[in-house]
Design a protein around this ligand. Structure first.
Ligand SMILES: *Cc1c(COP(=O)(O)O)cnc(C)c1O
Length: 411
């Protein structure tokens, strides 16, 4: 069959069951529990012999429909929706990690992810091995028999650093370690994580998918590509679950015990967001590239960092992995922290807010906010510069954004 477009596929994903009223959009099943016809049916569902819903901490039809849409357009083996991107990260890493294990990652990470790996998992005896992921040989030298994951962000935020995923994936395959990637910064309609050897993909659906930043959510996509015989923690499940071993461990144990499943209201809104994501993204990313080019020659701006710019040191790799529009976020440096604060305070159209990929353009000074509670030394080791402004580009026109930035830079 001829392949249908992302937009058509996502919009026309069929419901699991025919709706009693032929509703065209997925109903929101605001229920905690589900009734059974018999004790036998109840037993069968609770023991996993049927896939009937029992309790909405575990599955819910509205959330499942959202998961199915993501599954269909990405070719994932399974998708699990959580109530935040952080829940997706913590559920994933807790599924693969154990006391005595280590995770190979970089200190160039989203602040909470860094803290989760270093402090939260660290307290349970999981070691964080921070290294330069743009140097595959360094990664290889860090892997040992206790390594349970190579974890990275495909474009780091706010450094905008890009690692060579195919090279890391080769190392992962050779050494028997899964490659787990947070791809929040580039949506899955442009970045096909599976083609680059990513075994488990994590997305904060709060960002592009949500569309208008209506709620918090996260996704775990299991591509079924990793041989879990290589995992001392999961290998005993492989006979029963095969390439679905990770998802089985996640859905049957970790996700139930941590209790962070997406709520039906959020799933409903994020389903609407997903339906229009590709169209919004194309507009936002094109504006991002155009605006970043224009700002390169604007007085007062010392440097512009966007991997879509041909002057950027990651441009070639970024093009190969993400195409010409690598995310709708970029950063630029002004002359000092004080100048940055003055700039932030003078913005009229662009909003002062955290979050990424809202329909509105958002500006933040990362060093004093997301990284505000880190020490100066930690910020330096993470390459978070107090002269940097991060811009998440929304749906406004390039001219409106340029003019707002220009007036905010004037003395
Ligand atoms: C926002 C973000 C997260 C966390 O997602 P939440 O939905 O806020 O929990 C993780 N990684 C990246 C790259 C992010 O931008």
């Amino acid at each position: 069959m001829k392949e249908i477009s992302f937009e058509s596929q996502v919009l026309h994903t069929p419901f699991e069951k025919e709706d009693a009223y032929h509703s065209l959009s997925m109903p929101v099943y605001n229920t905690a529990a589900y009734e059974f016809d018999s004790a036998e049916a109840m037993e069968a569902a609770f023991c996993g012999r049927t896939s009937d819903h029992a309790y909405s901490r575990i599955t819910n039809p509205t959330v499942q429909y959202f998961e199915k849409k993501v599954c269909n357009v990405t070719g994932a083996l399974s998708v699990t929706a959580l109530n935040s991107g952080m829940a997706a990260i913590s559920n994933t890493l807790i599924t693969v990690a154990h006391a005595g294990a280590n995770i190979i990652t970089s200190s160039h990470l989203f602040g909470n992810t860094y803290s989760f790996i270093k402090n939260t998992l660290g307290a349970f005896g999981v070691e964080a091995r921070f290294c330069d992921l743009t140097n595959p040989e360094e990664v290889r030298s860090q892997v040992d028999e206790n390594t349970c994951a190579i974890f990275l962000e495909v474009i780091t935020n706010p450094q905008l650093e890009v690692a060579d995923l195919k090279k890391l994936s080769v190392i992962g395959k050779e050494m028997g370690v899964p490659l787990i990637a947070d791809t929040t910064v580039v949506p899955f309609n442009i970045f096909k994580a599976k083609d680059f050897g990513v075994d488990i993909e994590i997305v904060s659906s709060t960002k592009y998918i949500s569309g208008g930043a209506t709620g918090i959510g996260g996704l775990i996509l299991d591509y079924g590509t990793f041989d879990w015989n290589n995992s001392s923690k999961l290998s005993e499940m492989v006979d029963q679950f095969g390439n679905g071993t990770f998802t089985a461990k996640l859905r049957k144990e970790i996700h139930r015990n941590l209790g962070a499943y997406m709520t039906p209201q959020v799933a409903y809104m994020q389903t609407l967001g997903l339906d229009t994501m590709k169209v919004r993204y194309e507009r936002q990313a094109q504006t991002c590239l155009e605006l970043s080019k224009q700002l390169q020659s604007l007085k007062g701006i010392e440097s512009v960092n966007y991997t879509g710019l041909k002057e950027n040191k990651f441009n070639e790799l970024s093009n190969a992995q993400f195409g010409p529009y690598p995310g709708a976020m970029f950063t630029f440096n002004l002359s000092s922290k004080e100048v940055c604060f003055n700039f932030m305070n003078k913005l009229k159209l662009i909003r002062r807010a955290t979050n990424l990929f809202d329909n509105k353009t958002l500006a933040i000074h990362p060093a004093s906010t997301i990284y505000g509670t880190f020490t100066e030394e930690q910020r330096q080791s993470m390459d978070v510069d107090s002269k940097t402004i991060r811009l998440s580009v929304g749906l406004e026109s390039v001219d409106d954004l340029y003019n707002d930035i220009k007036q905010a830079l004037e003395k």
